[in-house]
Design a protein around this ligand. Structure first.
Ligand code: ADP
Length: 468
């Protein structure tokens, strides 16, 4: 505290002033107050002091300006000064409180440096919504110079249609300040100086300094991300459309081809029956080729139809007891299982949500493959299902001939086989159907196998709703 008379002479100081300015009391008393004012502003100070004395009021000195005091050693200290007029003994005085704000200034400087160095736009706003700090990213993002923003309401950077609601939202934030994202679930936009709107993501961090609350907001321009998301959405739609077209195409083709093929097949069989042995030997052989080829083609077309029906004729999902599915599949394959003396190990399996008919097809295909591609060792098939989160991971393992890992992807492609029909019968549709069924249930299927060491098919299905 320091008291100055109407002519600007120091009348009283306390110990804190002595310490702060480095003068012993007797070197200050009776001296003009300007002794404690930096040289550069001394003459200006004397004038301001006179005008204050003409109309003295209790107020802060030089509000909005940085004030400094001058110490005895010539160094300057940032200060905040409160002025209080007093009068006694017919004399008028000013009692000034002087606060050393070096620490706060250092803190502010550090904050400014951190804000400037931040990799995204940063803007600090006080309780009233006034911008007190911005970094260069904000200048670039919104097209303003820093000076054009400082002291302005934050609504300057908000599109007109959101402005009205903003002060209330800001008040809400200050009532329960926490570090959080702004407007979760809403699309946020900033307003560029040129009037354009910028999609942004905003993080809010409350900061308190000297009893004042602020919010430091990080602002990230997400234009690129929004464009990428839009492109992705369009691509997904395009893909869905072309997938549907393809499905439709496969279905129509296989369906419509069936009829003429049936005619060809019937008539070649008729020719074969009626003219066998009546033409020459070559003719008999050629007819046999045609009969065989048309039979194969019918098989392929049927497979194609089954494949395309996974999507087009899929049934709604229900809760399915996979234990019953495995039971039904093994019952359907009873003969083959007995013939090969296969041992099937299947502990209790979790319930899933799915298309019962398709799940039967899935397990039956995998078990029948395990039987078909057995080795010379006694056949053992192990089926297991382990819950992982909201899905169940199933494994169907056999100790058969195994698969060369380099063909691990190929075997799931339609009509792709690793063997000739002479070695193992089949058309190469089974695993392609399995893949489609699993995908329709939101999962994927893969094989973990080695040549000669058995195969393990791994896939996941959604856990039944009531088990969640
Ligand atoms: P297909 O059984 O009619 O040949 P799939 O689509 O069911 O058609 O299988 C494709 C290929 O994957 C088979 O030809 C076979 O080479 C291989 N494969 C499938 N399952 C097994 C298995 N359990 N063990 C070894 N190889 C298998």
């Amino acid at each position: 505290m320091i008291m100055v008379d109407s002519r600007g002479k120091i009348a009283l100081v306390n110990v804190q002033i002595e310490k702060l300015f480095g003068y012993p009391r007797d070197e200050l008393l009776g001296e003009p107050i300007e002794i404690l004012v930096p040289e550069a502003v001394r003459s200006e100070h004397a004038t301001l002091r006179d005008s204050y004395m003409a109309c003295p009021l209790a107020r802060n000195m030089g509000s909005g300006r940085d004030l400094r005091g001058r110490r005895k050693d010539g160094s300057l200290i940032p200060v905040e000064i409160g002025l209080n007029p007093l009068s006694f003994g017919g004399e008028r005085y000013v009692l000034a409180s002087v606060v050393d704000i070096s620490e706060r200034k250092r803190y502010e400087k550090r904050l400014r440096l951190v804000v400037e160095a931040a990799p995204s736009g940063m803007v600090m706003v006080d309780r009233k919504g006034c911008i007190v700090l911005v970094n260069s990213h904000i200048e670039k993002l919104f097209g303003y110079e820093r000076e054009q923003l400082l002291g302005k309401p934050i609504e300057t950077l908000i599109p007109r249609k959101y402005r009205k609601k903003h002060p209330a939202q800001r008040d809400g934030f200050f009532q329960a300040p926490s570090t959080r994202a702004m407007g979760v679930g809403r699309d946020l936009f900033g307003l560029h100086k040129d009037g354009s709107e910028i999609p942004v993501e905003i993080g809010l961090n409350p900061i308190s300094m000297e009893d004042e609350e602020f919010v430091l907001a990080s602002v990230v321009d997400i234009t690129e991300r929004k464009i990428a998301e839009q492109i992705l959405r369009e691509k997904v739609l395009e893909l869905e459309r072309s997938n549907q077209d393809l499905q439709q195409f496969a279905y129509v083709c296989s369906h419509d081809l069936q009829e003429p093929l049936r005619v060809i097949s019937n008539y070649t069989q008729l020719i074969s029956r009626r003219y066998a042995g009546k033409l020459d030997q070559d003719a008999d052989e050629f007819i046999e080729f045609i009969v065989e080829a048309s039979r194969r083609m019918q098989g392929l077309i049927n497979d194609l139809l089954t494949y395309s029906r996974v999507e087009t004729k899929g049934k709604p999902f229900t809760t399915v007891d996979v234990n019953k599915i495995v039971e039904a599949a093994t019952a359907n394959l009873k003969l083959a299982i007995e013939e090969t003396d296969a041992e099937i190990d299947c502990p209790s399996l979790p319930f899933v949500t799915g298309d019962e008919t398709q799940l039967l097809q899935l397990f039956q295909n995998l078990i029948s493959n395990a039987i078909k591609f057995r080795s010379k060792n006694p056949l053992r098939i192990e089926i297991a299902g382990i819950r992982s989160g909201e899905r169940v991971t199933f494994t169907v393992y056999d100790n058969g001939i195994g698969i060369d890992p380099k063909h691990a992807d190929r075997i799931f492609v339609i009509f792709q086989r690793l063997h000739t029909r002479e070695d193992y019968e089949g058309s190469g549709i089974g695993l392609a159907i399995c893949k489609r069924i699993v995908e329709r249930h939101g999962g994927s299927i893969k094989v973990e196998a080695e040549q000669g060491r058995g195969s393990k098919f791994v896939f996941s299905l959604p856990l039944a709703g009531e088990c969640l």
